[in-house]
Design a protein around this ligand. Structure first.
Ligand code: KG4
Ligand code: ZN
Length: 356
């Protein structure tokens, strides 16, 4: 008896990742190359640099995922690859490599939407039936959607500007946390979470954005500017040069984290009520899935837990390694699509990579 096997390939941003997953959710092999270190040095991702690094690593990463899984490529049922959304130049590397492989191995090709893959990941680790709500929060993503089926999504809300992780990264950079002895190796969001534990959020009163907006959208750039101003004022008060660490940094971190958590929780609460009122979600055992790098923040999770407890929902988070970009979620999305018979291309003629 042979299970379906899918090779998943992900290159939408700054991770070159591949994995082989079977129908039951077993991960047979996985490999990943992260470009984070390079991009940290340049203070952000430079797309042509990301493209070059994907080119240098993709062959090796796919080969590694296949050899760890100890299958022969001929046993694959299909190859699944992220085709959008993401950085055009990065996506192109994964797609052209995949199309070559598809041609060589004569396998079906399954184009994957990166956000669909994030949203379905929970079904690899937990028995979650459709429909469920998903909140995706990371450095690049911020959306709230009702997942009604493998490729049936109702978008309920999104950020009107930047993603929460992006905002936390910018605040951390502004606070020079990279020079803080306890936080120098942490991502911005993680540094804020760490420092917030030593701070008092009541020292700064930062209001959550969009309090009167009657929808489930998000906004983080206004918040970022308010915090920027607060930091500037404190720097003056403390007579500190740009680049030095404020004595009130921990208090600011605590206030930012609290306001972010409140904003995320309030918009999510609205979405849950909206879905329940319209019977789009089960009244008694609805599920809220929270994923993305920011989902690892325990303070934010606690805030969301208050909301789910108050609305008879269950809060689920994939394990951290599946919350961030990875090849497993792409392969799993391929399995989901194979099982549902959706979007499987048996002929890749005409599939081209078009930037934009
Ligand atoms: O999902 P991810 O690895 O990459 C994408 O952005 O797609 O998420 C990274 C983001 C960064 O902005 C980082 O600051 C944030 O997630 N992050 C956190 C925490 N750990 C990572 N934000 C808040 N609290 C954390 N503990
Ligand atoms: Zn992602």
């Amino acid at each position: 008896f042979l299970h379906k096997l899918v090779l998943g390939i992900e290159t939408s941003c700054d991770d070159t990742a591949a994995a082989v997953v079977d129908e039951t959710g077993n991960v047979l092999g996985e490999a990943m190359h992260s470009q984070t270190e390079v991009h940290l040095k340049t203070g952000g991702i430079i797309p042509p640099v990301a493209q070059q690094l994907h080119r240098e690593n993709i062959q090796r990463i796919v080969q590694e995922a296949l050899s760890v899984s100890r299958i022969s490529p001929s046993e694959l049922s299909a190859i699944a690859t992220t085709i959008k959304p993401g950085l055009a130049l990065s996506l192109g590397v994964g797609l052209s490599f995949s199309l070559q492989l598809v041609d060589q191995l004569k396998k079906p090709f399954i184009p994957i939407h990166h956000m669909e893959a994030h949203a379905l990941t929970i079904r690899l680790t937990n028995k979650v039936e459709f429909p469920f709500l998903v909140l995706l929060i990371s450095g690049g993503h911020c959306l709230l959607a009702l997942v009604r089926g493998v490729s049936d999504f109702l978008l309920l809300g999104k950020s009107l500007d930047i993603a929460p992780g992006d905002m936390l990264d910018k605040v951390a950079r502004r606070l020079s946390l990279i020079r803080h002895p306890e936080c120098s190796t942490m991502s911005g969001g993680k540094a804020i979470e760490h420092l917030a534990k030593q701070g008092n959020r009541f020292h700064f009163d930062i209001k959550p954005p969009m309090q009167r907006a009657k929808n489930c959208d998000f906004s983080f750039s206004g918040l970022q500017h308010v915090i920027d101003k607060t930091i500037m004022q404190k720097e003056k008060e403390e007579g500190i040069e740009k680049g030095q660490i404020l004595s009130s940094a921990a208090d600011i971190a605590a206030a930012v984290q609290h306001t972010t958590a409140c904003h995320l929780a309030k918009r999510t609460h609205r979405a849950i009520l909206f879905c329940k009122q319209r019977n789009l979600l089960s009244q008694s055992n609805a599920v809220l899935v929270v994923s993305g790098g920011v989902a690892s923040n325990l303070y934010i999770r606690k805030a969301l837990e208050i909301v789910t407890n108050a609305t008879q929902c269950t809060l689920l988070c994939p394990p951290p390694r599946l919350c961030t970009d990875n090849g497993i979620m792409i392969a799993w999305n391929g399995i989901e699509r194979l099982r549902a018979g959706l979007g499987i291309l048996h002929n890749i003629e005409g599939v081209r990579y078009e930037p934009k």
